[in-house]
Every structure is written in structure tokens, then in C-alpha cells.
Design a protein around this ligand. Structure first.
Ligand SMILES: Cc1ncc(C[n+]2csc(CCOP(=O)(O)OP(=O)(O)O)c2C)c(N)n1
Ligand SMILES: [Mg+2]
Length: 339
């Protein structure tokens, strides 16, 4: 065990992370999971129309987003990006408010579907429903930064099913040709709703395609937060140095059904679902931090109590916010309305 401890100690320090920072990363994951779980309850209680969960993806999201500069870089997320958008600045209250479609929600004033995160104050571009469009947006942002000479890196997230869409290949090839400062994070959870990986990705590897786009492709264990951080930190440095984009494929697990409208028992064996728990990034990170003595029982208790209080307060405040005015329903849809 001593060797493991020594190796683990060097690992986060070698990545430039302090003990406090890795604990903050763990807290961020706990908070994202707690917000996610609370929203399932709110959906079941009829308060939220629909929830599409990030449970199982938190390690990849917190790890990669942690390498970005909040308020300077840009993020183009997807519908599972609860932990990523929260790491980039959105609060528990922002996320819950958006799901409740309240009138002053930062993402869209209550006019987007649940899971369509965004926030101008946070440099987070709004999610669009057709999967993969956000990848083009990230490349456009990186292109604009390059043209203007701004020190900006764009990061975008999407699933492995989405990685087969035509515009993904166009976006990546364009970014590769022009060496744009963009990081592509594919959260490969092995399913596109009910369709398993073998029926979506011919070569079974998303990262292997990177060579054809003219960029490095890295495969990481998405349940290993530090591995994800390390890959993103390197990709960020490469982007800033003018060396172009990176494709990171994070192998993650989808711990829930695709969404609250789906029932994975119809296409996933119960033993498979049970086996996913060992890849849950939360207990895995907790174990690593415990081995180092960074996480102890009293610290874990304190963190869980803080997170619970934060989610309670966020839900209370979000529920008390006003609904949108009916006459704003078509706002942002027709050009004439925006004048
Ligand atoms: C262009 C387009 N096609 C189909 C859909 C319906 N759809 C929504 S999510 C999804 C699955 C995407 O799977 P993946 O990219 O692996 O992401 P995951 O949900 O597994 O995280 C599909 C097919 C859509 N929203 N947009
Ligand atoms: Mg998938």
C-alpha cells in the first residue's frame, strides 16, 4: 500500500494540484451528483418536465473542465454537462432554475428544454437540441480567437454516438487544418440511447480517428479524474502554444437510463447495470483521496452536509423564482422580436 500511496501522492502534485484543489474537485463532483439526484426527484414530483443525467460522467467533466480558465476560455457543452458547466461557473441554483424553466433563468429565461445549459456570464454557449452542433460552435469560437489574436481556448463535449455525425468530422478536420485552439472531449459511455458502441462506431475507438483529422487523439479512463485533468491540461497548453486541437476520448459509464423518458431495463442486462458501479468516479476518487489522508470521515461528513445544504437552498430559491411572462414565448425565435 505504501507504494500506491507514494505513487498517488506524486500524481496529483506532479500535475500541479494541491491537496486543497483535489479536495475541491471531489466536492465539485459531489455537488454535481447531488444536483442531478435532486432533479430526478423533482422530475418524479412533476416539477421538472425532463431530466437527462450526468451521473457517471462527473470525473471526466470535472477533470477536463478544471484545466480551463474560467471567465477567459469558452465552453460548448452538451445535455449531460451538469458537472462541466458547474466547474465553469454555473451554480446549483442556475442549473435547477433552468430545469424549472423560470423567467430569469440564465440559460434562456425559461425558454430552452431542460439540459440545454448556457450562460453568457460564464462564456458557456447554449446547447442546441440536434446533437453535435455545439462542436461546430466551439470550432467557430476557436477560429474567432485565432483571427483576433485572443488568448482563448474553446472546449466542447459530446457523446460517442454524436461523434458519427457528419458535421463532427467537418469541424474536426477544419480545426486540424487551421490548428485551432480547441479541445474536443468525447464522453464515451458505450450507448447512444439504446444503441451500443459496436453498432455506432466502426473501429470502436473515437480517439483513433484523430490522426485523420490531423490532431493527437488520447483515450483516458473517464472515471479517473486526475487522468482527465492531465489530458486536458496538456491539450490546453498545446492549444495556447499554437499547436492546434486535441481529441480526448473519456471512457465513462452512464449510471442512469438515457433520460427520464427512457427505461434502460429494456435493453441493458441488470448485471451490466450493477457492474457499472465499480466505475463510478465518485467512490473511486474518494478512495484515492482517503489513501492519501486528504479525505477523512469528518471531512467527508462536512462536505456532504455542505453539499446537501447548498442543494436544498438552491432548490428553494429556484422554486421561488417567477415563471416567464406568456408574451415572451416567441422571444428569440423570430428576428423581428429581438429588435
Ligand atoms: C441530430 C440528432 N439526431 C438524433 C437526436 C436524438 N438523440 C438525442 S441524444 C441521442 C443519443 C446520443 O448519444 P451519444 O452521443 O453517445 O451521447 P449520450 O447520450 O450517450 O451521452 C440521440 C440519438 C438528436 N437530438 N439530434
Ligand atoms: Mg453515448
Amino acid at each position: 500500500m505504501a507504494t500506491t500511496k507514494a505513487a498517488a501522492t506524486t500524481r496529483h502534485r506532479e500535475l500541479g494540484l494541491s491537496d486543497d484543489e483535489v479536495l475541491a474537485m471531489y466536492r465539485a463532483m459531489l455537488l454535481a451528483r447531488a444536483v442531478d439526484e435532486r432533479m430526478w426527484l423533482m422530475q418524479r414530483a412533476g416539477k421538472i418536465a425532463f431530466i437527462i443525467s450526468g451521473q457517471g460522467h462527473e470525473g471526466a467533466q470535472v477533470g477536463t473542465s478544471w484545466a480551463m480558465r474560467r471567465g477567459q476560455d469558452w465552453m460548448a457543452p452538451f445535455y449531460r454537462s451538469i458537472a462541466a458547466t458547474m466547474t465553469f461557473g454555473m451554480s446549483a441554483e442556475d442549473i435547477i432554475t433552468a430545469h424549472l424553466a423560470k423567467g430569469d433563468d440564465v440559460s434562456s429565461g425559461g425558454r430552452q428544454m431542460p439540459g440545454h445549459y448556457g450562460g453568457a456570464p460564464y462564456n458557456i454557449v447554449s446547447v442546441s437540441s440536434p446533437v453535435g452542433t455545439q462542436v461546430l460552435h466551439a470550432v467557430g469560437i476557436a477560429m474567432a480567437a485565432w483571427v483576433r489574436g485572443d488568448d482563448v481556448v474553446a472546449i466542447t463535449f459530446y457523446g460517442e454516438g454524436t461523434s458519427n455525425q457528419g458535421e463532427i468530422h467537418e469541424a474536426m478536420n477544419f480545426a486540424g487544418v487551421h490548428k485551432l485552439p480547441v479541445i474536443f472531449v468525447c464522453e464515451n459511455n458505450g450507448y447512444a440511447i439504446s444503441v451500443p458502441l459496436a453498432k455506432q462506431v466502426g473501429g470502436l475507438s473515437v480517439a483513433a480517428r484523430a490522426v485523420g483529422y490531423g490532431m493527437p487523439g488520447v483515450t483516458v479512463d473517464g472515471s479517473d479524474v486526475l487522468a482527465c485533468f492531465g489530458a486536458a491540461r496538456e491539450a490546453h497548453a498545446r492549444a495556447r502554444a499554437g499547436e492546434g486541437p486535441t481529441l480526448i476520448e473519456a471512457k465513462v459509464v452512464r449510471l442512469t437510463s438515457h433520460s427520464s423518458d427512457d427505461d434502460q431495463r429494456r435493453y441493458r442486462d441488470p448485471s451490466e447495470v450493477e457492474g457499472l458501479k465499480e466505475h463510478d468516479p465518485l467512490p473511486r476518487f474518494a478512495d484515492q483521496l482517503r489513501q492519501l489522508g486528504i479525505l477523512t470521515d469528518p471531512i467527508e461528513e462536512r462536505l456532504r452536509a455542505e453539499v446537501k445544504a447548498e442543494v436544498n437552498e438552491a432548490s428553494r430559491r429556484a422554486e421561488a423564482r417567477p415563471d416567464p411572462e406568456p408574451e415572451t414565448a416567441a422571444g428569440g425565435v423570430y428576428a423581428a422580436e429581438t429588435r
